[in-house]
Design a binder for this molecule. Sequence first.
Ligand code: WT7
Length: 654
Amino acid sequence: MQREELMAETYPVLQSAESHALIDKAKYEKWYKESVENPDKFWGKHGKRIEWFKPYTKVKNTSFTGKVSIKWFEDGQTNVSYNCIDRHLENHADRVAIIWEGDDPSLDRKITYRELHEHVCRFANVLKKYGVKKGDRVTIYMPMVPEAAYAMLACTRIGAVHSVVFGGFSPDALGGRIVDCESTFVITCDEGLRGGKSVPLKANVDKAIDIAARHHVHVKSVLVVRRTGTDVGWASGRDFWYHDEAGTVAADCPPEPMNAEDPLFILYTSGSTGKPKGVLHTTGGYLVYVSMTHQYVFDYHDGDIYWCTADVGWVTGHSYIVYGPLANRATTLMFEGVPNYPDQGRFWDVIDKHKVDIFYTAPTAIRALMGAGDDFVKRSSRSSLRLLGSVGEPINPEAWEWYYNVVGDARCPIVDTWWQTETGGHMIAPLPGATDLKPGAATTPFFGVKPQLVDNEGKVLEGAADGNLVIADSWPGQMRTVYGDHERFIQTYFSTYKGKYFTGDGCRRDEDGYYWITGRVDDVLNVSGHRLGTAEVESALVSHSLVSEAAVVGFPHSIKGQGIYCYVTLMAGHEGTDTLRQELVKHVRAEIGPIASPDKIQFTPGLPKTRSGKIMRRILRKIAEDDFGALGDTSTLADPAVVDDLIANRQNKE
Ligand code: WT7
C-alpha cells in the first residue's frame, strides 16, 4: 500500500479490547464533554483517585493571560510516594512493583511493594541524614536501576525536588543543570551499563561538580550506588556509598504532607532558544493526571505487567515508568539495556520472559528493529501482549503497520500518544475500546484537553485544517513554570498566541476530527525521540576554537526521524577536512552528549543571511533535505552567491 492509502486506513476498535476495555465510545463522549464543559466537576471527581491527607475544596484556578497562574486542587495536601507505595500495602504488599531486567539477560530482580516501601524509606532517611530538606533540589544522574526509582520516590517522600539528568548527558550539560537549580546534593552510580558498555557516571559527576563550582554552586554531598564495582575517584567527606549508608538509618520514614502545588520535580528540556529550560511540575495535579492517563490510555487492568522502554532521564520515564504506574499499583518493568543487545530480538524476548501485557516504546526503536527483519520477532511468542504504545515523534504509517501486524500479530491496538515534557502526561491519544485507529494519527484528545489549530496570525481554524497546535485551557498535569524564570515561561508558551498554550508543534485535523502531529514548527529537533535545540548544537560548535559561525537544521532520517545537519564557517586561514569533521563531532558529543552527534557537517565560506544579518534557515533546511529546486524567494539575501556554493557542496546528495 502507498503511504496515503495507509494513512486513510481505519482500524476499528478491536473486539478483544472492546470486550473488556475500561472506556467505550459512549463513555468517552460523555466524559470528554463534561471534562471540557465543567472541568471543576469532572476533575473534582477524578482528583479523588489519589489519596489526600487533607481534601481539596477548590479544583481549578488557572489563567493563561497576564502573569499566567496555574493551580489545581490548591488547598489539598498529599504525598506522592505515599500514593505510589503506602496506600497499596494493606492489600497488595506482596505484589511486584518493579521488575528490573538487567543489561545482561541473565540478570533480573523483582521488588514487591513491601520491599519498595523499605528501600524508599531508607533512601529518604539517608537523604535526611545528610541534611536534605523539603524544597531542596536533588540532582539524580543514574542509569536504569531500581535505585533510580527509589531515589526519585525518596525525594518525594521528604518533599525534596528532584532534577533527573539523563545518564547520556555530558559533564558540561550535567554541570549546567546543577547550577541552574542550585542543587547541592547529587545521586549517581559508579558506572552505568548499556549494551555491554560501561558509562562513567561517577567520573562525569566529578567533572560536573568542578564546572558547577566555577559558577559558584558547591555540591556538598554525592551519594553513590554501586552498580559495576569499578574503582572510582573519591572525595572523602563529600562522597558516600549508598550500601554503607542504608543500614545506618531506620527502615521507616513518614511521608511529608505536601501541598498540591508544592514543587515535585524539575526536568530540563530544550527549546528553540538559549539553554535548556527547567520544566517545573507540582504535586497533586501531576499525580492525578499521570495516574489517570496511565490507566485509561493503556487500558490498564489490575495485575497487568506493563513495560515502558524509556529512560527515567526523560519525562516518559517519570510519568510512565515511575509515577503513573506505581500510583495505579501496577507492575512496572525497568529495563537497563538497549534494544539491540545481545541482539535485535531483545525486546520481544523480554516480553515473553516477563509476560508483558502492555508495551510502550518509541518509533525510532520500531524503525530500527523493523530493519533487522521479522525473524527476530517471530522467534518469540508475544502471546501475553494486549496493547502497544508509541511516543516521542510522529510514527510513520509503514512503521505503524509493522508494529501492528508483526509485533502485535494484528491483535493489539496501538496507542500513539502525543504529549510533551511540559504537558506532564498524554494529551492526544486513542483510548482502546473507544477510538478507531488510523496509522500515524495520535487521534483524539484525552479528557480535559482542548486542542485548537491556529494559523500564524492566531486565527482559530475550524474543521479539517492544517495549523499550529495550541491548547486552549489548562489540565492538571501541566507544567507550572520554568524553574527560576517565570517570565520565560510566559514568553515561551503563552505569548505567541495570546491566552493559549503553544505547543511548538504543527498539526493537521482531518474530517473525522483526528489530530495528526506533523512535527515541530520551531527550531527544535527531534532526534530519535530526543529533543534538542538547534541553538544548543550551534553554541557547542562555536565553542570550538576553529569555528567562527554555525547553523544547525534537521533533515529527514530513516531511523532517527530527524538527523542533525551542521553548516560550519571556519576561522580565517583554516580548511575544512575530514579530520576536523571528526573532531567537531567529538567536540559536540563532549559538550552535550552522544545524542547530539552531528550526522552531517558542511563547511561553508558563508551562511545565507538577509541584509539585516538574519540567517535564512528555510534555505538551509531545503539544502539539507536535498530539495534545493524549491528554495523559494532568495531575493532578500545579502549575497545570493552563497547559495550556489552551499548547493554545490551539500552533504546529502541523493
Ligand atoms: C515533542 C515533545 C512526550 C514524551 C516524549 C517526548 C514530539 C512526542 C509524539 C507523538 C508526534 C510526538 C512532539 C512534541 N512528540 N510524542 N506521539 N506524535 N510527535 O517529550 O522531549 O518533551 O518532546 O515530541 O514534537 O512537541 P519531549
